[in-house]
Write a protein that binds this ligand. Structure first.
Ligand code: PLP
Length: 361
């Protein structure tokens, strides 16, 4: 092939998702494995969402509502903004991509924390723009350093609050003073994929800032609403920004099943409460048990957390796979001795602890 590939595409490190259970079982010839690697909701989907999706199946011969009228209307009510402030996406991944497509061109820069969610880097490079990464300080976003990294070329700044993979968050106050000092041409994208799990009241959402600043706050149905497979996310932003973003958004980016499922999930208050209880109890149990085992855990405001294995994390990952437990090695994120664990069902958490005990001997 004699393709002429753009340099920025060659620079992309492909996103590596958590290993699927089926793949592990095929490769290792084992059964009953568990996946605690992709920060999914272990409860299974909301029964109300499943019912709504089943009903929506009968209309599959029709295109989805490209304006997402009902879903956007309900979200606007919930958030306390106008429908014109909301953009829906095929997961929040999609919104990250659309924001990059709308606002970035070669020569532009986008500031982001490192390590953080890998899709920011990919979306920016896809547009031929330059990611400017700012290292975390004590596992937290260094907002001062990020503000200093902003130049006349900067168009986007990504904040992940709470941050994946470290679980740390910044306060609404810190976020507002950060945004306030940025030049008017810079959009701050605040990814709040895990914010519903935060127990620290300091952990602040950017939603309220949207009316005063060029801020886009992103949320997802993949985590606390348990609909990762359906692919729905949304962004709350100033109406003018949403209008521009909607020019770029594919009209049917959120399919009809996804719109129906998300609408129903919003109504399933019991499911969300059960999820939060499960995750918080799971975290407390695992932190106490790991502490007893002498393993250092880092505090988190999400449904996942880092532990320090004090040895090669890739090796720990492979040994855990043999025990039928999928976790994430943090080597490629710059922490060669840490692994990231997603909270599972109580029995899955027990399995994880037993496997860790076994591999430590
Ligand atoms: C910080 C962060 N943002 C966004 C996403 C993507 O979520 P979605 O499934 O809505 O695309 C993830 C997924 O793991 C994430 O960790």
């Amino acid at each position: 092939m004699k393709l002429k590939i753009p340099e920025s595409i060659l620079e992309i490190d492909p996103y590596v998702p958590g290993k699927p259970i089926e793949e592990l079982e095929r490769e290792y010839g084992i059964r009953d494995s568990i996946k605690l690697a992709s920060n999914e909701n272990p409860l299974g989907p909301s029964p109300k969402a499943v019912e709504a999706v089943s009903k929506a199946l009968l209309n599959l011969h029709r295109y989805p509502d490209g304006s997402g009228h009902d879903l956007i209307g309900k979200l606007a009510d919930r958030v306390g903004v106008k429908p014109q402030n909301i953009v829906i996406g095929n997961g929040s991944d999609d919104i990250i991509g659309i924001l990059a497509t709308t606002f970035l061109r070669p020569g532009h820069e986008a500031v982001m924390p490192r390590p953080s969610f890998l899709m920011y880097d990919i979306a920016v490079k896809c547009m031929g723009a330059k990611p400017i990464t700012v290292p975390l300080k004590n596992l937290s976003m260094d907002l001062d350093a990020m503000a200093k990294a902003v130049t006349g070329k900067t168009r986007l700044v990504f904040i992940c609050n709470p941050n994946n993979p470290t679980g740390t968050c910044v306060s609404a106050e810190a976020l507002e003073s950060f945004v306030k000092q940025l030049p008017g041409h810079v959009i701050t994208v605040v990814d709040e994929a895990y914010i519903e799990f935060a127990r620290d009241p300091e952990c602040g959402s950017a939603m309220k800032m949207v009316k005063d600043y060029p801020v886009a706050a992103l949320r997802t149905f993949s985590k606390v609403y348990g609909l990762a497979g359906l692919r729905v996310g949304y962004g709350v932003m100033p109406a003018e920004m949403a209008g521009l973003v909607n020019r770029v958004r594919h009209p049917f980016n959120v399919n009809s099943l996804a719109q129906a499922g998300a609408l129903a999930a919003l109504e399933d208050v019991d499911y969300v409460q059960m999820t939060l209880k499960l995750v918080h109890e799971g975290l407390d149990f695992m932190f106490a048990s790991l502490k007893e085992m002498g393993i250092k855990c880092f505090p988190t405001q999400t449904n996942f957390f880092l532990i320090d294995m004090e040895r090669n994390a890739d090796e720990v990952y492979r040994q855990m796979l043999k025990e039928g437990v999928i976790v994430r090695s943090m080597t490629s994120y710059g922490y060669p001795e840490y692994i990231r664990i997603t909270v599972g069902l109580p029995e899955e958490n027990q399995r994880l602890l037993a496997a860790l005990k076994k591999i430590r001997g």
